[in-house]
Design a protein around this ligand. Sequence first.
Ligand SMILES: [Zn+2]
Length: 66
Amino acid sequence: MPIYEFECPNGTITEKFVKIGTKEIICPTCHKKAKKVISLCNFHLKGGGWFSDGYSSTRDNKAKKK
Ligand SMILES: [Zn+2]
């Protein structure tokens, strides 16, 4: 079974083994419905470059302003 991440309305992320096709679970913390979050692993692999670039340029902009 794959492991998925679920996020409840409170923003709590719960990792859980569920059957394929499971769209939501009950959050173990607040017992509200937690919806499946698409794994960000692929985005990190594809966007690792721009993410770090964007972060550093943001810091540069802040440094220039002050
Ligand atoms: Zn919750």
